[in-house]
Design a protein around this ligand. Structure first.
Ligand code: PMP
Length: 359
């Protein structure tokens, strides 16, 4: 008998690499642009002396900024340390039944990790060949909850609100979490469905469209009762999840709407340019509504499979200090997930890609 028999053993989520030094980093869907000027002002104006005190446990400055921006009441908003923290709290709060929770086979690879660590039974539902959801798969499947990323990651595929509503309306007895990490880049939000259904939670992040991945700020919208349940669990784990600088930076990012719109539209324009370039090089991909493109190439060399080419491109790019994401997983190991950088970064990326493919 050893202490190890009592250890909670888990296979953790593997985050994308965070290389140091001068690299072109297109592997973790961060924004290539700096945070908003208002965020600089807020952080430069921080009263360091205040750090001796605990931060506001109810995070009111941030909750209140989000509530007024999105036209909700303060008690319909929950915040946390990145949407990873928010999603993890949602799993712990809402997925407490005996039946398996459901999510697509190809989606954010943290969902199965939280299910494992919290001992939540789960079942994955295969996406169709084109990576889209068949909502009928979610109509007659007894379950303890559902989580859907829309737009999805790593595929970039967006589902119509009719598909999302179909899933929510056919599962009134469980909580349906819609992870909208990438919605600002062209997705459709499930936010209007909050008024119609009590079983919906919408989760968002400031890591991508608001250039604040390093601050760790995520948030969720839901009805008052659901948000109260979430807060009850949060206050049973850690009362002070968000630190004072994050609360100030998050509220400032929301205030600077003009900067947000400007950077998001720049990223969308660069994405559309990149799509054209990738198409010209012979890549195929489902249209992306996100700040990344999930692309595959059938290869030009005799005897080189899609998977071999994807791996070769990934490795060669890395050796030239360009980082993209490659997932060694069934169904997607012939793909590369390419985050959208600045125009200049994408130009260099495309030039390098040309050389690699034409080798
Ligand atoms: N959801 C999805 C679909 C994501 O891709 C990510 C980014 N890895 C997250 C949630 C978490 O983002 P964060 O914790 O930075 O808010």
């Amino acid at each position: 008998m050893s202490y190890e028999e009592n250890v909670r053993k888990v296979t953790p989520y593997t985050p994308g690499e965070q290389p140091t030094g001068k690299v072109i980093k297109l592997n973790t869907n961060e924004s290539p642009y700096p945070p908003a000027p208002e965020v600089y002002k807020a952080l430069e104006g921080l009263n360091i002396e205040e750090l001796r005190k605990y931060p506001d446990p109810v995070c009111m400055e941030l909750v209140s900024a989000l509530a007024s921006y999105y036209g909700l009441d303060e008690d319909e908003v929950f915040v946390g340390v990145g949407s990873d923290d928010v999603l993890s709290m949602c799993f712990l709060t809402f997925f407490n039944g005996k039946d398996p929770i459901l999510f697509p086979d190809i989606t954010y690879s943290f969902y199965d990790v939280w299910a494992e660590v919290y001992d939540i039974p789960y079942k994955t539902i295969p996406l169709k060949e084109d990576f889209s959801i068949d909502p009928s798969d979610y109509r007659n499947e007894k379950n303890g909850g559902i989580v859907i990323a829309n737009p999805n990651a790593p595929t970039g595929v967006i589902e119509d609100l009719t598909v999302i509503e179909d899933i929510i309306s056919h599962n009134p007895d469980v909580c349906v979490i819609i992870d909208e990490a990438y919605v600002d880049f062209g997705g459709v939000t499930a936010l209007p469905l909050l008024k119609k259904y009590e079983n919906v939670i919408v989760v968002r992040t400031m890591s991508k469209s608001r250039s604040l991945a390093g601050m760790r700020i995520g948030y969720a919208f839901g009805n008052k009762k659901a948000i109260k349940y979430l807060n009850d669990v949060k206050f049973s784990v850690n009362s002070y999840t968000m630190n004072m600088p994050s609360l100030k930076a998050g509220a400032a990012a929301i205030r600077d709407d003009a900067y947000f719109r400007e950077t998001v539209s720049k990223i969308i324009a660069t994405r559309e340019w990149t799509k054209e370039q990738l198409k010209d090089l012979g890549f195929t991909f489902r249209d992306s509504a996100t700040n990344f493109i999930f692309a595959s190439h059938e290869g030009v060399l005799l005897g080189e499979s899609r998977e071999e080419l994807a791996r070769r491109i990934f490795e060669t790019l890395k050796s030239r200090n360009i980082f993209v994401r490659y997932f060694e997983k069934p169904r997607i190991d012939g793909y590369l997930r390419i985050s959208i950088g600045t125009d200049e970064e994408m130009r260099i990326f495309i030039e390098t890609l040309k050389e690699i493919i034409m080798r």
